[in-house]
Design a protein around this ligand. Sequence first.
Ligand code: FE2
Length: 377
Amino acid sequence: MVARPRSGYDRVPVHDPSRFRILVVDDDVDNQTYLRRLLNRHGYTDVATASGGGEVLDDIGRLDADLVLLDLHMPGRDGFDVLAELGQRLADNCFIPIVVLTSDPRPESRQRALQLGATDFLTRPFDHHELMARLRNLLDRRDVHRVLAEQVQLSESELRHAHAEMLVRLARAAEYRDDQTGRHTWRVGYLARLIAIEMSAERRFVDLLGLAARLHDVGKIGVPDRVLLKPGPLDPDEFAVMKQHTTIGARLLSGGHSPLTKLAETIALHHHEAWDGGGYPAGKSRDAIPLAGRIVAVADVFDALTHTRHYKDAWSIEDAIAEIRRQRGVKFDPDAVDAFDRVHANGGTTETAAPSDDQDEIARMAITASQPEPAKP
Ligand SMILES: [Fe+2]
């Protein structure tokens, strides 16, 4: 037997009247009492009341209800006012059924209420059984709506995770050609993140940087093997080809809409620029180089120096740190070097400091990366 695929409807709970809160809005206290008793008799024990539109609209917390029974004609702000304003105030993905209960039988009132967003319209005197059947249907609809909204939210978060994961795998694919352990990109991302924290960068930027920095060399995908894998130093022509990995990487990542892809593009393009303007591809200097590029430059060089490559042996940590300090204000942003020094003093540069490349970390950073960008001051 083939199992039926699960749908959102499978998760909709059975109808339990005591689970729902119903708000009765009516200026007539007798009507309020009557409806409360009727609802209670059918198991709807959580019933709130309001005596007018103003009471509902002034205290939006009252709308913590699953369904509203709304009278139309009330002193002050009437039912039409409530419908008009709620249509603007309630979020698009929020479905609160509003049932108009009125003694006004005029077709134009019915039409106007429905146009303003009333979900249903009943005139007095009404049939109890019909009212209860309609309420039940509407409350079930609200449950389905809520469950589907939760599922959409879940799918979006899965999509964000998949996006971050694919970017990380793209970084590994590029790295795999000249570092088959694939650990360089991970260590650079980790160290860049620590440097950014030391520079008091915003939390969101820090997490984005941790992922985006891993794509700094993604452009190596477009560098031919004879250059990328050449043992020993490159001649000037070969070096010119090698330099292109910055612009190739930026082109690969260009046109992205997510903050993560945009930051990765910036880093790919700028991680070989130098503080004094002597870097590449554009020869930018100082603050003209985006902060992410200045930070990744330090992390990338430190990690490259301290690890063996096919064209060089690994330097000792002490020699690599001396070189980073020597390039302070020359190749590197002095503030980034000072922050790097503090990271080193706190033990962040040791080989074992970087945690494993685990999925939880990607998921956590993907969530941060997906937060909306803060409004510009
Ligand atoms: Fe690079």
